[in-house]
Ligand binder design. Sequence first.
Ligand code: ATP
Ligand code: MG
Length: 393
Amino acid sequence: MLMEPGLRRNSVVIIDDDRNILELTSQILSRNGFQTYVADRAVEGIELISRHAPELVLLDYMMPEMDGLSALKKIKTRFPDSYVVMFTGRGSEEIAVELMQNGASEYILKPFNTRNLVERLENVLRIREIELHNRELQKQQEQLLSEIELWNLELQKRVREKTEALQNAQDEIVQSEKLAAMGYLSAGVAHEIRNPLNSISLYVQLMRQTTTDPEHLECHAKIMKEVDRIDTIIRKLLDASRRTRVISANVQINQVIDTVIEAFSPQIETRKIGVERQYQVISPITADSTELEQIFTNLFLNAIDAMNRGGILTIETYEKDGKVIVRVGDSGNGIAKDILPSIFEPFFSTKSRGTGMGLPVAQRIARMYEGNMEVELSSSEGTTFRLEFPVGR
Ligand SMILES: Nc1ncnc2c1ncn2[C@@H]1O[C@H](COP(=O)(O)OP(=O)(O)OP(=O)(O)O)[C@@H](O)[C@H]1O
Ligand SMILES: [Mg+2]
């Protein structure tokens, strides 16, 4: 075989215990363009293969020390890219079949002639090239398939995330619509209630003038007290809907919390609730402090409700990654798992006299300041809410 200049010569390791055959084949193959390496024992031959990674191995079947079949198996497992052609004696076709089954690419019967030897080796070389090329293609195909698989997974993940985000956005729209309706309703309802309330008050005053019975008088006084209470609630509702916000860049959350705790001190005392404050020095935030007070008022109301037989209210504040964090914990009975997803829904309440507005209003305020509010943990030992507010907004 004539080689084009510059191309690497195909190399072949020849392993045969017969020195004459070794020399002869080496000469023939060198003349036909092969780079040859020779060994008269299998162990040496394998050493040569590992050193030169030849395209071909010519291996004698009949050898002392290691027989051809064992040597073939070894070579095929360690060097699958070196194709093995076996020398066998005439009349051993059965052996030849076994050799092919064990990975030999071709066999040549001894004695052989020059042309036959070279032609068969070149044939094996061609097949080898095609097979290696195929294997490479297959590898590329497998790689492509696994990349496609990865893209698919990534796409599925993105679709899932988008769907979830969309669902959340929709939920929020529903919630804020409910809240808006609530504000609108409460202003209207407040006006409507004022008139009948006024009538009740007038009638009671009339009744007071027509009796001297101390029992009746006491009842009238109680009714008037309740009427006053309703009037206060209505005034607050109306105030809230008319109120203009007063934003300050210097709201100290620790102070806001203290103010609210102070307002709750009568309930805290009668319920035998201990208050534990773990304040760190935190940056001021930009907000309307009355709105922030509203958040803590609603949280403390719930906490006190949850601890009707005493307990501990824990408030922790600190700053982390540009956010002020407030954790409000109680030692009440906790929130049942099945209602946990609903507690921020407007009008959701488990209390006979609850409006279910406490948490949604608090959460809405937190979000208005680009903050957040969520349940951090809740168990039979109590509940902890976690609030976040960005600093320096
Ligand atoms: N700290 C808490 N411990 C146990 N359950 C709580 C706690 N906070 C809230 N919940 C549960 O969440 C529900 C919703 O709370 P939310 O403050 O929104 O309304 P409410 O307290 O029921 O009514 P309102 O606040 O109008 O009086 C409550 O009814 C209660 O079941
Ligand atoms: Mg509440």
